[in-house]
Design a protein around this ligand. Structure first.
Ligand code: AMP
Ligand code: MG
Length: 478
């Protein structure tokens, strides 16, 4: 199917106009296509062989309007760094409509009613980061928005310096956020709040439609999904950086990639966001902030469900989080049963990774071939005695496994990625892209989508991060 044969639907526009602003994208000057993600093409049910790259470029730049498309920006509010902000909304994102169950959204396509002082644009560097990272997270099995394609342009955008404008077409099953509910609660629009809950039920929780206590059950699922998402972030060393409630998805997926990072050496208090001086969104705070954000959502839902019932569901958060984390860490260590003392084994591993300044990704990858020979592991730590002592305990624990060493290795090699997109790697692709060389963007897309495979030509990205690039902080401006 060609893009020009596609028909989009816009169910969100069946809601009242207070929920959105119908606004057309503003094209960038002199656009050029950077990359198309063939996996996302298939997701939409399109054919990679017949897709016309020129049409994709025009779609992203807003000069090709698909049949049925009625572009709109969504209304929401949110708690930013702990403080409530009443009027946020899609200030630089424009939704085109839906197909195959995916909502298509342009990011960086110009001003909307919600832009406030902003220019509605996104710069090349942050667009490349979002494009690649959402695909990397997906390949690691972490729920996330997806990315269809990216364009650059010769249009200049003012940030700390002049940069060029870019647009990503991203996809999600839903773009509703915790902050969407907060908007209607805090403006006392409780009928609209209920309509939003009904919309979300229909869109993303259809199995709960018409069921007794459906709103409560939906909240309960959001609690569980968010708790599990936090466990997934923690298990791979991902730091989101801006966990404001407007960046929290109501379907529990990772959205709105800003100054995120995959940690290099493990550091529990790591803060990737350079403006987050208090460390509110540091790595080790993420699970707690997930809970805090769910409390804000519960508050916003209080006209629909009694606080007591909401609180009861929220209190299951810790259990969901811990259960998922234990499962994920057990898999990372190749354990095929669960034992009472496992959490202590995990905790001491994280302590020794921190003490030994261990780069998480190569460490777990080497551990995936561990067979009593500790040489390669010991080479990764500044605290070898602690690691040796831990390996003794690990050996004892592995003796309780019920499957063979070889089977453990095979499982672990599909659990512990060889490649994650560390910030220094992304930066290399950005530097080249700024010189109009997009080969590394496309190579990294391939690496991101196949993180467990061996790619000998990219071996250099599988080792420890060079010292000068380790655990840097990133600017929020994007
Ligand atoms: P973020 O921190 O990127 O999630 O953005 C927070 C809010 O600011 C959202 O309402 C965005 O739509 C808005 N925003 C961020 N950057 C811009 C921009 N360049 N122009 C307009 N609105 C923006
Ligand atoms: Mg956002």
């Amino acid at each position: 199917m060609k893009l020009s044969d596609v028909t989009l639907t816009t169910p969100y526009l069946s809601l009242d106009p207070i929920f959105y602003h119908e606004v057309a994208p503003t094209p960038l000057k002199k656009p050029h296509l950077i990359s198309i993600n063939s996996d996302a093409v298939s997701l939409l049910g399109l054919d990679n062989n017949t897709l016309d790259p020129k049409e994709v470029e025009s779609l992203l730049n807003g000069t090709l309007t698909l049949k049925g498309s009625r572009p709109y920006a969504m209304t929401y509010a949110g708690h930013q760094f702990g403080y409530y902000v009443q009027r946020l909304g899609d200030g630089r994102a424009i939704n085109l409509g839906a197909m195959n169950g995916w909502n298509l959204q342009l990011k960086g396509s110009g001003v909307t009613r919600y832009s406030r002082q902003g220019d509605g644009r996104a710069v090349l560097r942050s667009s490349i980061r979002e494009y690649l990272m959402s695909e990397a997270m997906h390949a690691l099995g972490i729920p996330t928005s997806r990315a269809f394609a990216i364009i650059g342009s010769e249009e200049k955008v003012a940030r700390e310096a002049w940069e060029s404008g870019a647009i990503v077409l991203r996809l999600s099953r839903s773009w509703i956020r915790f902050g969407s509910f907060e908007y209607f609660f805090h403006t006392n629009k409780h009928q609209e709040l209920e309509k939003l809950a009904d919309f979300l039920l229909h869109e993303s929780f259809p199995h709960l439609e018409g069921v007794e206590d459906s709103y409560l059950k939906m909240y309960s699922e959001i609690v569980k999904r968010t708790a599990e998402l936090m466990a997934q972030w923690q298990s791979v060393g991902f730091n989101h950086g801006v966990m404001n409630t407007d960046n929290m998805s109501a379907i529990g997926i990772t959205i709105d990639y800003g100054p995120f990072a995959f940690m290099d050496t493990f550091e529990s208090g790591y803060i990737c966001n350079h403006t987050d001086s208090g460390g509110r969104y540091s790595y080790d705070n993420q699970p707690r902030i997930g809970y805090w954000n769910l409390e804000r959502l519960a508050h916003a839902l209080s006209p629909l469900i009694t606080q007591e019932k909401l609180k009861h569901e929220l209190e299951k958060y810790g259990e969901y989080f811990t259960a998922k984390l234990l499962e994920l860490l057990g898999a990372k260590l190749g354990l095929d049963t669960s034992e009472e003392n496992d959490s202590e084994l995990f905790r001491s591993l994280f302590t020794l990774m921190e003490n030994g300044r261990i780069d998480m990704t190569p460490f777990f990858r080497h551990l995936s071939r561990y067979d009593q020979n500790r040489e390669q592991l010991l080479a990764l730590t500044l605290a070898p005695n602690q690691l040796n002592e831990w390996c003794d305990r690990y050996d004892t624990r592995l003796a309780l496994n019920t499957t063979t060493t070889d089977a453990r290795h095979q499982r672990m090699l599909r659990t512990n990625p060889k490649y994650v997109l560390k910030n220094y790697i992304l930066q290399e692709a950005i530097d080249k892209a700024e010189q109009r060389d997009f080969t590394l963007v496309n190579d990294l897309l391939m690496l991101a989508q196949n993180p467990y495979d061996e790619h000998p030509e990219f071996e250099r990205y599988a080792g420890i991060t060079p010292q000068e690039h380790t655990n840097l902080k990133l600017s929020c401006s994007s």
